[in-house]
Unconditional design. Structure first.
Length: 92
């Protein structure tokens, strides 16, 4: 079995030994820190702000221009709020 390690300063801590912090605690520690979309919290209710920030409205506009029928879909991507969580049913 592989052991993944997280470096903090000079000390290396096993990743599995670190406690899992709830999303609310992480937001308290680092408000507005954002998120990388491929590693985002699937259940983050404010994903558009966390992943895309102030650029999300522009992303929606560009997506509507080049993909007006919503053929291309990704969870937490531009226009994904128009689809069910599983991506099978268009809501809007």
């Amino acid at each position: 079995m592989y052991r993944r390690e997280l470096l903090r300063g000079a000390a290396a801590l096993p990743l599995l030994a670190l406690p899992a912090l709830p999303s609310a605690e992480l937001r308290r520690i680092a408000p507005g820190a954002g998120s990388y979309v491929s590693e985002s919290n699937y259940f983050n209710a404010q994903w558009s702000r966390a992943c895309w920030g102030e650029h999300y409205p522009r992303l929606r506009t560009i997506k509507a221009q080049y993909d007006p029928d919503g053929l291309f879909f990704v969870h937490h991507g531009g226009g994904s709020e128009d689809w069910s969580a599983d991506g099978f049913t268009r809501l809007a």
